[in-house]
Every structure is written in C-alpha cells, then in structure tokens.
Design a protein around this ligand. Sequence first.
Ligand code: PGA
Length: 270
Amino acid sequence: MSSEARGTRRPLVSGNWKMHHDHLAAIRTVSDLGLRLDPAAVADLDVSVHPPFCDLRSVQTVVEDRAIPVLLGAQHCHPADEGAYTGEVSPPMLARLGVRHVIVGHSERRQLFGQSDEVVAATLRAVLRHAMTPIVCVGETAEERDQGITADRLAAQVQAAFTKLPAAQAATVVVAYEPIWAMGTGHTATADDAQQACAHIRAVLSGTVGAEAAAAIRIQYGGSVNADNTAELLAQPDVDGLLVGGASLQAASFAAVVDAAVTVVRKTRR
Ligand code: PGA
C-alpha cells in the first residue's frame, strides 16, 4: 500500500499563505512565482497556492493570463451553498472562481475558530459536491504527543472526516498531516516521524474507506517545511506532498521547495 503504490499518487505541494499578502502583494508574489517555475519541470507534480479570499480573483487572473503552472486554492469555506452566515464564503463561490483545492479543518481553524470534527466532515463533503479537492488537515498537539496519544488523535480525526464517505469520493481527497507543535515553530517532524504518522493515517483510512481508496489518497506533511527539509520528507513512501506555510510566502523560497520536490519526484520515479 505504501512505497509501491506511490507512483500512482501525484505529489502535491501546496502553499498556505494564511492571513498574509493583500491582493497587490499576492499579484506580485504569484507573478514572481510564474517567472521561477518551469512548466516542464513541474509536470510531474501538482503545485497549489492558497491566498486569502480577497486575493483569489486577482491571483486567478494572473495565473490564467500567464499560464502559471499552479492550481488555485482556498484556505477555508463554509459547508453551506449560501445563507445567512456573515463573513463566510461558500464552496460554489470558490468553484466559480476556478478554485481547485480547499484546505479544510486547518488546526488554526479548529483551535482559534472552534471548527469541530462535524463541521470538518460537512465541509469536506460540500467541497467534493462542487468538484473541488479538499485538503483535510489532521494533527496532534504537543501535549497529545507527550502523552503518547498521537496515533489515537490522528485516527479519531481521520475517522470523523471519512466515515461513510463512498470510496470513490474518498480516493480523491488529500489529507495533510500537520503536527501542531511543528507549525510555524521551526521544529519540523523528523522524516521518520512524518513517515510513521502518514503510514498510520493510511492504515486508518484503509479501515475506514477501504484499501483501494486508502492507497490512492495523497497524504501531505506540513509543519516548518522549507527547501532544506523537503527532499528528506518527500522521499518517504507515505508522504505524497507538502503543505507549506511560512516558506510559501516568498516566491523564491516556495520555488526552492518546489524545485527540491521535483528532484525527489524524478529520483523516485526512475
Ligand atoms: P508552516 O505552516 O510551514 O509555517 O509551519 C504550515 C501550515 O500551517 O500549513
């Protein structure tokens, strides 16, 4: 299920800009990225950028105009199609803008905005209903890690998101393993830890949506990813991509991550 099947899972490197860059900075950043990414080089993997909502239209225009090889992503959405939800943005609104990937249940949404497992599960389904790809985030806190309950936490989050999801749909979802203690801290999980957690997530997925879907689901690692640790992380058989925060904000550092990823993908494909 792991290393052998990796060839069928197209790596995905995603840049989560969080609440950074107004639309002018976003235009500059994605334009710069367009100058740095060679479409031929990135042909073997997917790259997505996830700007704030107010930047999406601007970034979409630049990406389309200049045929920049990145997929447009969002960081969050509401599960409903429309309604009295002040301040929220719906999946069809994102789909209409050409958004392809939506981060769902990022730990910052879970911790700072009270997003529950139930809301994460509903949002995941809403994103799929509108033919976009959810990137569902799971991860343990430092405390949970110290208590030795990482595996249980990951299993509970994965099961809550995937239970009763038809296998064919589940196979298209991306999971991001993001240990909360590693995010924005400069403390990356070791490649071994990342592999172990991602393999565990795949085993839980197998029990939840079946072995075939689990073998197809892409699992990203996220948490202080940069150009220096990309190769080692992405070389792990169950790590199918990276969710990058801080290092995605500047075109140069994000392009360096993508370049390192391209090198690994080429090596492992050989
Ligand atoms: P980081 O963020 O790369 O800055 O640690 C990752 C994330 O929050 O997705």
